[in-house]
Design a protein around this ligand. Structure first.
Ligand code: ATP
Ligand code: MG
Length: 367
C-alpha cells in the first residue's frame, strides 16, 4: 500500500497543499508548529475516517474556512484509487468519495488505505492506564475487521444507554425495565469484542516477542496476556461460550449495578498485561524496556496487517525517533526498510540520506 500524492485545502494550517511522495521513506522536516503532525493527521483521517488528536471535525477545518477538502491518490492491490473527504464548518455532514463515487458510509472505504501510527505517547503505552492499551487493540482491529468496528460502536452505544438508565433510575424507575434488553445485547457484542481482541493479542504476542528478542539481544522474552471479566475462563473460546459467561457475570452483578448506579459488568474495562521474562512490565520495567516493548508492539502490528491483508500498511512515525536513543533509532530504521513510511522530525540528521525530504514551513512546502 502506498500514497502516491496528497492534496489538502483548508485542512488545519494548510490553505492549499499538494505533494507527491516517495514509495519508500518520506521525511517531513520542519520547526515546531509548522504542520508536520497535521500532515500525518490528514493521512490518518483519509485512512480511518477519524483524526487521532480530536473527535471534533470543526477543529480540522482551517480557522475561518467554510470547508476542508482532503484527497489522496492511493495504490493498493495493484490498483490506483482516489480517496477524498470534504467536511463542512456548519452542521452539514461530511462527504466521502472513492475514485469520484460518493459513499454513504465510512465502512465502504475500509481496506483501501491501512495505516499504523506511532507517536511519542505510544512509547509509554505499557505504563499507562488500561484505556490506552484497549485503544491500541481497537485501532488496529477496527481497520482489520469491519465486523469488529461495528460491534465496538454498538457496544459503546449500549454502554452509554445502560449507564444513563442506571444513573437516572431514581427519578425515572421505569428506565430499569430496559436493563435486561441492554444486558442481552451487551453480552452478545461483548463476546465478539473479547474473543476478537484475545485472538489478535496472541498473534501480536508472537510477532512482538520476536522483535523484542532481537532488540534485547535475545535476553528478554515479552509476553502479553488478555485480562477480562472474571467469569470468562478462556477469552479465546468460541463467542457463544464467552457470551454465556458474560451473562453469568451480569446476573451476579445485577443488584450491585443498581445500587452503585454504574455498569460494572462487561469488557469496557478490559486490559492486557505485558511481562518481560515473566515480570509484569507495569511494575518492574525500566524506561528503556518500556519503549523497546512498545516499538516491538507497533512493528508487530504492521506485520499482522501484512499477513492479514497481503499488503504492508503505510507507517506513520510522528516524532518518535527523536525520543529514542541512537541504538533504538537504528533498530527501528532497519526494521522499516520495506513499504512506505512517513517520519516527522525537527532536526535534519542522518535520516535525510534516505528517500524524500519534505520541508514544511507554516503549512506549506518550503521551496
Ligand atoms: P511540533 O514539531 O511541535 O510537533 P508540528 O509541525 O507537528 O509541530 P502541527 O501540530 O502539525 O505542528 O501544527 C500545529 C499548528 O497548526 C499550530 O500552530 C496550530 O495553531 C495550527 N492549527 C491547528 N489546527 C488549526 C486550524 N483548524 N486552523 C488553522 N491552524 C491550525
Ligand atoms: Mg508534531
Amino acid at each position: 500500500m502506498r500514497i502516491i500524492s496528497l492534496s489538502l485545502n483548508g485542512f488545519r494550517n494548510y490553505e492549499s497543499f499538494r505533494c507527491e511522495f516517495d514509495p519508500g521513506v518520506n521525511l517531513i522536516l520542519g520547526q515546531n508548529a509548522q504542520g508536520k503532525t497535521n500532515l500525518l493527521e490528514a493521512i490518518c483521517y483519509l485512512s480511518r475516517g477519524s483524526a487521532f488528536r480530536t473527535r471534533k471535525e470543526a477543529e480540522l477545518i482551517r480557522f475561518g474556512a467554510e470547508f476542508a477538502e482532503l484527497s489522496a491518490a492511493v495504490e493498493s492491490y495493484q490498483r490506483e484509487q482516489i480517496l477524498r473527504t470534504v467536511m463542512f464548518s456548519g452542521r452539514r455532514p461530511r462527504q466521502l468519495f472513492l475514485s469520484g463515487v460518493k459513499k454513504s458510509s465510512r465502512e465502504e472505504l475500509d481496506g483501501v488505505l491501512n495505516t499504523v501510527l506511532f507517536c511519542p505517547e505510544d512509547l509509554l503505552v505499557l505504563k499507562k492506564g488500561a484505556a490506552e492499551r484497549r485503544k491500541l487493540l481497537d485501532d488496529a482491529l477496527c481497520q482489520l475487521r469491519p465486523k469488529y468496528a461495528r460491534a465496538l460502536e454498538e457496544y459503546k452505544r449500549l454502554l452509554a444507554q445502560k449507564s444513563a438508565a442506571l444513573r437516572e433510575r431514581i427519578d425515572r424507575p421505569e428506565m430499569l425495565e430496559l436493563i435486561p434488553d441492554y444486558n442481552e445485547r451487551m453480552a452478545q457484542t461483548g463476546a465478539i469484542l473479547i474473543t476478537t481482541r484475545a485472538k489478535y493479542l496472541s498473534q501480536l504476542e508472537q510477532r512482538a516477542a520476536l522483535h523484542h528478542e532481537a532488540f534485547s539481544g535475545g535476553l528478554e522474552k515479552l509476553s502479553l496476556k488478555y485480562q477480562t471479566v472474571s467469569t470468562v475462563t478462556d477469552p479465546k473460546a468460541p463467542a457463544l461460550e464467552v457470551y454465556q459467561q458474560l451473562r453469568d457475570h451480569q446476573n451476579s452483578h445485577y443488584r450491585a449495578e443498581i445500587e452503585s448506579m454504574q455498569c460494572l459488568s462487561g469488557p469496557h474495562k478490559d486490559d492486557f498485561e505485558a511481562a518481560l521474562n515473566g515480570l509484569p512490565m507495569k511494575a518492574f520495567a525500566s524506561q528503556g524496556q518500556t519503549r523497546t516493548a512498545a516499538i516491538s508492539l507497533k512493528l508487530a502490528e504492521r506485520d499482522l496487517f501484512e499477513a492479514d491483508s497481503g499488503e504492508l500498511p503505510v507507517l506513520l512515525l510522528d516524532d518518535v525517533l527523536s525520543e529514542l536513543d541512537p541504538g533504538r533509532q537504528d533498530f527501528v530504521l532497519n526494521q522499516i526498510r520495506r513499504g512506505q513510511v512517513f517520519i516527522t522530525c525537527c532536526e535534519e540528521d542522518k535520516l535525510s540520506e534516505i528517500g524524500k525530504t519534505i520541508r514544511i514551513e507554516n503549512g506549506a512546502i518550503q521551496a
